[in-house]
Every structure is written in C-alpha cells, then in structure tokens.
Ligand binder design. Sequence first.
Ligand code: FES
Length: 328
Amino acid sequence: MADVAELTKPSSASTREQTFEVRLRALIWEAPGVLSLELAAPDGSALPPFAPGAHIDLKLPDGTLRQYSLCGDPNDTSHYRLGIRAVAGGLSSSFIHRHLRPGELLTVSAPRNNFPLVDAARYIFVAGGIGITPLIPMMREASTKGRPWTLLYCNRRNEDAPFLAEIKKLRGEISLHSSEAGTRLDAAQRLGTVQPDTVVYCCGPESLMTAVEESTAAWPEGSIHFEWFTPRSRPADETSDSFEVVCQRSGLTLAVPPDKSIMTVLSEAGIEVPRSCEQGICGTCETRVISGEVDHRDSILSTSERAANQTMMICVSRARGSRLVLDI
Ligand code: FES
C-alpha cells in the first residue's frame, strides 16, 4: 500500500488500540519525487516485527491517517522504512515532503498485513511506480530462501524507478517497462499463460492491476495477489438499498439506510469499531459475519474469501438481502 494516488478522504481518528510514537530519524531521496522515511522508537528500542507485505497507519500532525507499506528489511526492527511519492494535489504526501523533518515525533499503528507472502517455488512481482514498496521485502525474502523471482517493474521513465539500485542487489530477474520509452508491460503476453508453481504479487495503479487481473484469469485460485492502495472502481450503475443489521453481541438491531455505511450507523448508535481508511482497503474494520449474504465492496478479500461469506469490511460492504447478523 502506498500513495501513487492518494486516498481521497482523510479518515477520522483511528480507534485502533495499538498505536505508538516513533521518531523520524532520516529522510532520503530515492528517486525524483520519492522520499523514504526511516522511523525509529524514540528510545532506540526494537519496533514490533513485521512480515513482507505489511503496512502501518501513519498519523500526520494534522490528525489525518494514511496507510503506507513497510518497505524496509523485516529482519531489522531498529526502524521502519516507508516510501512516499509526492502526488500532485495530494495533501498528505505534499505535507510529508514539505514539512516533516528528521527529529519529529509521529504516531503509527502496529503493522497489519493484508498482503502476506505465501510460500511458492517461484514468484512474479508486478509493480507500478511506488507500488514497488510492499514488494521489496518480498523480493528480499524470496532471495533469502533461494526462490527464483522476476520483477516486472513499470514506470514512466526507467531512470525514475524508486529503489531500483537496491533491488538490483537482490538475486532476481528484473524487467523494466517504461511508458515514455514505449516499452509498456504487455500483461497478456507476460502473464496470459499459467505458469506452474508460480505466485504473482501485484501493486500499482488501477490500470495495471486490472490488466494483470484480466491476464491471469485462468490462473489457479490463490496464485494471484493484489494490494490496492486506492479503492477499486465500482460499477457506475451500482445502487445501495436499505437493510437491517443485527449486532449479536450488543443486542441491537439497526436500520442501515442507502446513504449510510454499516460503520456509520453503528457509530451513531454508540458502537465504535476499529477503523482507519474507511474505504475498504486497509482491513481494520473486518468483522465476522454470523448470517446473511454480504455484498462485498472492499478491495481486500479474494474471490474465495468473498464466497466464504465469513467476514466483511463494514466501512463499505453491505447486505445482499434484507438482513445481516454480525459478531459485534
Ligand atoms: Fe479500512 Fe474498513 S476501515 S477497510
């Protein structure tokens, strides 16, 4: 998760419990428009561990929350590293680039992982721009385990590809694709044929993710993984109906009108559920479903997870029928 295109709406204060202070110990230019931030515990102690694919919430001094992938080495818990591209019109990335300076104290959440690296014989990583960030620890781990991997790395200009020098030191095959040089990735050509024992991880802008999704439609379930850092587009003609939500543990039954989310209705009734992005991309509000069919509108759950109907993101997802019973 990264800010190629920024989240469109500042979220309200997180209700997640595990947050802590870190000190910004270094800002490093990685590529034109891309800074990496190194965050360490103020007393120098080890930070909570993380696995490849994890992200944290970063609370900015103005109170807004943003989710960023951890792109440092999971074996080094002396600091977290984030990669942040300044986005035109992006208030948070502009704020970070212009105003944050080493020494500043910031609040972050504990690492959370919706994009874990599964064990596989070989990997294909597909990145668009700053979408490279969650994939860097994965390439590091694959290299450590001696698993062959290929990176299909898409940027406007190859010279501006963030973290490329670092990635070249890992033992993998790198294929660079530049829109400016006319060498755009042909996803159908590279990924259209199922490759046995291979797992694909993709993070980048929606156009790249959609191209990879369409090209890998024939691959086995569980072999293609995406990290969305903006919500995927919804059908233009999508409508929302009212329904009833039963909060099993709270003993409340609430009406959810078409113009409100389950999360909003719960909050208005005094039930606070952990939240962060409120756009179905971070997984913080994932809630267990006891009964009722879910209309999944998040950008996290896989096809099989949706079909299992066991959990839902209550910030965006709704009911298909007239009633949902949730473990709240
Ligand atoms: Fe992020 Fe719901 S708050 S998925």
